[in-house]
Design a protein around this ligand. Structure first.
Ligand SMILES: *Cc1c(COP(=O)(O)O)cnc(C)c1O
Length: 409
């Protein structure tokens, strides 16, 4: 077949290493710190199956039919109640929200609506892979902001914005993309001070903030911080939420909350993508929220993950006393980000890891250009508790074998 058949955009699309590693997770005796998928035991399957039956039987005229592009009114009303009670976000109406097929769909719509090939956007390093790949199809002019212990490097943001402004290119800057809570892959949370400063900088240069917050409700320790959306108001911030990490990723339900005119632009863009989000899962979710509320589920989930997170951190502490590896200590979410000395190449090391029956995601998978070669993402959400302990031991064995082979230890 002719390669010319494919569009420039299609030729730019890269396959995701996480998907490729998935095939190894099925092998016997394998322990995986690789996946980012929730533990299926957290899915409220009995409640959902009962509701699904009721909805299909009694509301078939809605749930088996096309829905409006902006989403099921019932679900949006229920979700607003949640935002109000849980996040203190008030003063919005239905026109400030669109229901989408998961946050990945939000990222795709954002790319379509905001990015031209010469558009500039800011993203963290390491970056959430799903966002980086959605944006880079439309523009590769990303500016990387290194993640520090308290979140993105805002000095660089300010410096680069000033330089871009001096060049007369400020109008090309479209947004800063942020995962403020328990970052994927880094597990880092943006501090309150930096949240305020980020809003302030974006006000001054008049650019949007994309706040992607799938993990905000999965906090295991410490106190919640106000969202950028709350600090900066809906004129400045687009808030992305999803049910994927707190209810079920298979339902494919996400939300964009923001300025009415921007939501209108998303509605137009979504019409050419998929017309509407699944009417069936939207109505099931709406009835679920009415009957049970989201937080009956989340409280149980938090208990389970908190324990797994503590086990992983304790075992890392125990096993890595004499090895020069650093790792983040997340207060929530699903990920720990570990960093070895610079000469280590975690991608190359993966062969030894697979021999030792342990999987992690090498850091370069989360880098838009190059870099993060000496880091890796470790997820504690899926393996059972005893596998987490054993997995950390196998990781140590892997690092020792690689380090000794390369003369690095
Ligand atoms: C998991 C995740 C998402 C969620 O994607 P869905 O399409 O809603 O399943 C979005 N952003 C980040 C940072 C994530 O980790």
């Amino acid at each position: 077949m002719r390669i010319e058949m494919y569009s420039h955009n299609a030729k730019r699309m890269k396959s995701n290493i996480i998907r490729e590693l998935l095939k190894y997770t099925m092998e016997p005796e394998m322990i995986s710190f690789g996946g980012g998928a929730p533990d299926p035991e957290t899915f409220p399957r009995n409640e959902l199956s009962e509701i699904a039956r009721d909805v299909l039987k009694n509301e078939y005229k809605v749930c088996l039919q096309y829905g409006t592009t902006e989403g099921d009114k019932l679900l949006r009303e229920e979700y607003f109640k949640l935002l109000e009670s849980r996040d203190g976000i008030t003063g919005l109406n239905l026109k400030n929200m669109i229901v989408v097929s998961g946050s990945q769909s939000s990222l795709d719509l954002i790319s379509k609506v905001f990015l031209d090939h010469d558009s500039i956007y800011f993203i963290s390093k390491p970056a959430y892979l799903g966002a980086a790949s959605a944006f880079s199809i439309f523009s590769r002019n990303n500016e990387d902001l290194v993640l520090k212990d308290d979140g993105m490097d805002l000095d660089t943001l300010e410096k680069r914005l000033e330089e871009i402004k001096q060049k007369g290119d400020l109008l090309k800057v479209k947004f800063v993309y942020v995962v403020p809570n328990f970052h994927n892959p880094a597990g880092i949370t943006l501090s309150l001070e930096k949240r305020k400063r980020l809003v302030d900088i974006c006000e001054r240069y008049d650019i949007l903030i994309i706040e992607d917050d799938p993990y905000g409700s999965l906090r295991y320790n410490g106190e919640s911080l106000p969202s950028l959306f709350k600090l900066g108001s809906y004129n400045r911030v687009l808030l992305l939420k999803t049910f994927s990490k707190v209810l079920s990723p298979g339902m494919r339900l996400g939300f964009i909350i923001g300025r009415e005119d921007i939501i209108q632009a998303f509605i137009k863009a979504k019409q050419s993508t998929d017309l509407c989000t699944s009417s069936l899962t939207q109505r099931i979710a709406a009835r679920y929220l009415q009957r049970y509320g989201l937080y009956s589920t989340i409280d149980e989930t938090i208990k389970l993950y908190r324990r797994k997170k503590d086990i992983m951190l304790e075992e890392l502490q125990e096993q890595f006393k004499d090895i020069p590896m650093k790792w983040t200590k997340p207060e929530g979410g699903l990920f720990v980000w570990a960093t070895l000395p610079e000469e280590f190449d975690t991608h190359e090391m993966l062969d030894i890891a697979l021999e030792n029956r342990i999987i992690y995601i090498p850091g370069d998978a989360f880098s838009v250009q190059n870099g993060c070669n000496n880091s890796m993402r470790l997820s504690f959400c899926l393996p059972p508790e005893e596998d987490i302990v054993e997995g950390v031991k196998r990781l140590k064995k892997t690092i020792l074998a690689y380090g000794n082979k390369k003369g690095l230890l």
